[in-house]
Design a protein around this ligand. Structure first.
Ligand code: FES
Length: 178
């Protein structure tokens, strides 16, 4: 007789959010959204986007809630959250700066641009992963190709795309973040 193994807990570095509650209106919208798909699982990415839009990131509690809503195991949702870089696993600043570090942008000065932002924001240019300023206003991180390699160096500030960003333009972008 084969041995039954208990479900392993997720080796989750995801942030805890003990007060996680999905507002009634969002619950309704999510219920409606699920009906657009032939099976619940297909709605996974859309649900994660909706939750991230509401809370700013995907916490462990949010991940478990999404899994429950879609009748999946938490690990099925965890795989998505950790695979797609657009999902945040921790709270991010009000302004999220993403600097492309792939080849064209690296050659076009994106490392210098990242360093410039670090100097301006008091962050560590050697640190790995996203960094957030102490006041929670800015999160800075390197990302991979933003699909505009001909206009390097390229970056995003929240949903706004910026091309051929010089240090002067970087300062203007920071100044526009009020
Ligand atoms: S390498 Fe930066 S946009 Fe493609």
């Amino acid at each position: 007789m084969s041995e039954i193994h208990p479900i392993e807990p997720i080796p989750s570095p995801l942030q805890e959010q003990p007060d996680f509650t999905v507002p009634a209106l969002l619950q309704e919208e999510i219920g409606e959204l699920i009906t657009h798909y032939p099976n619940k699982r297909s709605a996974s990415l859309m649900l994660l986007h909706a939750i991230q839009q509401q809370f700013g990131y995907i916490s462990r509690q949010a991940l478990e809630w999404v899994a429950g809503r879609l009748e999946l195991q938490p690990i099925n949702v965890y795989e998505l959250v950790t695979f797609y870089p657009m999902f945040q696993q921790k709270p991010v600043g009000k302004y999220h700066l993403k600097v492309c570090r792939t080849l064209s942008c690296a050659l076009g000065g994106s490392y210098e641009l990242h360093e410039h932002f670090c100097r301006k924001l008091g962050l560590d240019p050697q640190a790995h992963g996203p960094q957030t300023t102490k006041d929670g206003k800015f999160t800075l991180e390197f990302v991979e190709c933003l699909a505009s390699c001909g206009t390097a160096p390229v970056m995003m500030c929240n949903d706004t795309f910026h091309e051929a960003v010089s240090e002067k333009r970087a300062d203007e972008i920071l100044g526009e973040c009020q």
